[in-house]
Design a protein around this ligand. Structure first.
Ligand code: ADP
Ligand code: MG
Length: 321
């Protein structure tokens, strides 16, 4: 069966008559005035696919917007407006109040207005379209990585996938670790401020929705370059240190989706500026590898510098690989 990305490429990716950037990045770009471009992106959450039945409505309201804000972060755009298409199986006003609390609290924090949408009855589905602004020609693209760039990642990886493994009964965690992992899964914090501050510093960026290997892979494909990454340098949730489960840890770090951190590349000359930026934002920024010449594949190295094998990321038509 073709993958999600093969399907998009085969059926939906075509050249746009009048867009700065069409299908294939974290958001599309269209011109709006002399100095401004609009970044536009849609992300959908479906019950049973993106969240478990019975998920808390407040967290769902947060996440439905957060995953879209994350795409604005990946473009270096300032999010401004959103629309919401929602299908509800039944009218449950206390559910709706909780959902709106989560949605509007996050919208308020990022100065985003909900300006439209659609409401219908059906299996619980949440689709948000987000529109942001970015200075003309300044957006961070997947295609911008350059030979010799450092590869950076924000925050910590693997927490959301660990939360999912816990909820599915695949791993036992202390109550504290379980709470932290589920929080990462249910209420990701989109790195909007980081994305905006990376404009003019980073050469390329993507947000982490499908897993480190897959998402870095998109940068490599679009940039036509390869990469090597030191597995030991990947920032990981503290819970993994107590788990002593290497396979699960590796799976969560490399193939686990839903972390909504940013992967970005920048010249080695930018190291000082990025370290200072991480300090200023109170956000860990880790340098994990470098962009190299060659095929658009990721060479993963162990602590001794030896190549390691790794699985791909999440694909909606192939399930977790
Ligand atoms: P992200 O994970 O950043 O939200 P996706 O992996 O969902 O991005 O999508 C990859 C690219 O394909 C994006 O540019 C997205 O806008 C585009 N895309 C996905 N599905 C469709 C579709 N049905 N029609 C047109 N473009 C699509
Ligand atoms: Mg994205």
């Amino acid at each position: 069966m073709p993958s999600e990305f093969e399907l998009i490429g085969r059926y939906f990716e075509r050249s746009a008559r009048d867009a700065v950037l069409g299908v294939g990045d974290d958001a599309a770009l269209v011109r709006a005035g002399a100095d401004c471009e609009l970044a536009i992106s849609t992300d959908m959450l479906l019950e049973g696919r993106h969240f478990l039945p019975g998920a808390e409505p407040r967290a769902l309201g947060h996440k439905a917007l957060a995953v879209n804000l994350s795409d604005m972060a990946a473009m270096g755009a300032r999010p401004r407006w959103a629309t919401l298409a929602i299908a509800l199986p039944a009218v449950d006003e206390s559910w709706l109040r909780g959902f709106c609390e989560g949605l509007f609290a996050l919208a308020e924090r990022h100065g985003v207005d909900l300006i439209g949408g659609d409401t219908t009855r059906g299996p619980l589905t949440l689709a948000v379209t987000i529109i942001g602004e970015v200075t003309r020609g300044k957006a961070l693209l997947r295609s911008g990585a350059r030979l010799g760039d450092d590869i950076w990642v924000s925050g910590e990886l693997g927490g959301a996938a660990l939360g999912l493994a816990y909820l599915q009964g695949r791993v036992k965690l202390s109550s504290e670790a379980a709470w932290a992992a589920c929080k990462r899964l249910d209420e990701p914090e989109p790195r909007v401020e980081l994305g905006r501050r990376l404009v003019g510093i980073a050469h390329s960026a993507i947000d982490l929705s499908d897993g480190f290997g897959a998402d870095l892979g998109h940068i490599l494909e679009r940039s036509g370059l390869g990469a090597s990454v030191r597995y030991g340098e990947l920032p990981r949730s503290a819970a993994f240190a107590h788990l002593h489960n290497r396979n699960l840890e590796q799976h969560c770090l490399l193939s686990g989706g839903d972390d909504y951190e940013l992967i970005f590349t920048a010249a080695p000359e930018a190291r000082g500026a990025l370290e200072a930026l991480g300090g200023e934002l109170g956000l860990r920024l880790s340098r994990v590898g470098s962009i190299e010449a060659g095929a658009a594949t990721l060479r993963l190295l162990d602590r001794q510098g030896k190549p390691m094998t790794h699985a791909g990321g999440f694909d909606h038509f192939k399930e977790a690989s």
